[in-house]
Design a protein around this ligand. Sequence first.
Ligand code: HEC
Ligand code: HEC
Length: 439
Amino acid sequence: MLGCSWSLATTPLSLNKVKSCALVAAAVTGFAAAAAQTPSDKPALPWGGDPPAAPAYARAAAITALGRQIFFDRSLSASGAMSCATCHDFANHFAPANSLAVQAGGAKLDKSGTRATPGLTYVASTPFFTEHYYESEDDGDESVDQGPVGGRTWDGRVNRAREQAAIPLLAPNEMANSSEAAVVARAAAAPYASQMRQIYGDTIFTETHRAFAAIGEALEAYQQTPEEFSPFTSKYDAFLRGRTQLTAQELRGLDAFNDPARGNCIHCHKSQLSPVGRLPMFTDSGFIAVGVPRNKEIPANADPNHFDLGACGPERKDLANRPEFCGLFKAPSLRNVAIRKSFYHNGVFHSLEDAVAFYATRDTNPERWYPVGPDGKVRKFDDLPEEFQRNINYEPPFDRHAGEAPAMSAQDIADIVVFLRTLTDGFDAARKSVAATRP
Ligand code: HEC
Ligand code: HEC
């Protein structure tokens, strides 16, 4: 998380506008030279590369089409009423349509979840989880340990979308299948069963484990389709491509977002073209304890002893004995964030304004966010047991104290919110894909 910030001012791609950049001189030269290229229309994505041979391509296309059907198939749940798309709504960039902090699932759709449902756009490029990430080309310095990064879900407990798909299919409070065999039996009765046989062989449904893995593979392939999951059609993308201008307020918001002395958001939510001209993902996928307030809307929180500690558990098991991971959650991409109706891992905020203002006044005016006890004291970080509160992040903009001025003014916050709205896909109609209509 290197502090390299620059201001775009009014001309996109004008690299003479670089304001301040904590890179060594040699790297800056490389940065400027590389970034001066026009950003690639087709950003390099993990599934990119040389066009595969025709039969392999046809097979991949068939698997992707199968995955799309599975993603929207409600019969694949114990309730018969819940598909992946029930929570990951197509019309909302695969985030929930409602404003509930957590969604309910299960055979009778009455079992509540414990975490906010993330949107699924741009998550395909998340790196695998690693405890020590050394950032490479993008910052020009490989020697800095950026700490834990990557993986899927809020705690990074699985690496691939195919492993991730098994979680909701089998979770008692989500699609609630009792076993892999139950999922496979439902798929065997689905309209796409014949396609599965065609792709994976006639005996596929008699081999439970292989069939279950095929369902995961197909869901993964679908979630990797750039047209639907990584379209890069936001106003900000059009701006970076030199196809549109941002308004004065949007530019002010971008400036405050990038300014290390104000938002410093860029530190974790990357907003710049990479040195080789890749469009930014608005996350470094790093793990941070932001310390958002406890959310009473989550039924599990009625138990005062229940805590969602993120990377150290309870969902994630492998880091359970590593107290330094308690309270840490993965930074999500801010692309399409403006359409979300609940923010952060526990969905505690329901407006983008609050989600941004929290960064400004968490430490200067904590009484705005946390409960005040009978003794009149603010119970700061009330969703993290005291023993883990040393993990809380205090980097800018979290470097202020009670009584000091917040790092961001009310105007900065309003401007950042307006800028974040430029990250919603669908602005650049010329680039809208042919495919993306709801099945
Ligand atoms: C009941 C609501 C619900 C359903 C149904 C559901 N999900 Fe999710 N999804 C969630 C929640 C909640 C999370 C966050 C889980 C966590 O952090 O532990 C999530 C996380 C994810 C992630 C990780 C995203 C990231 O940012 O790393 C992916 C991918 C995903 N879901 C895909 C799917 C697929 C595929 C299906 C269908 C097989 C599905 N989901 C069904 C609620 C749901
Ligand atoms: C030190 C790293 C870091 C910095 C700096 C940072 N963020 Fe975040 N951001 C995170 C992490 C980690 C999360 C998820 C935390 C959680 O859910 O507990 C997050 C979550 C968010 C969310 C909620 C997204 C969602 O899908 O629910 C928004 C909005 C957001 N950040 C905006 C900003 C803005 C605006 C700034 C600058 C004022 C900023 N962030 C600065 C790491 C950071």
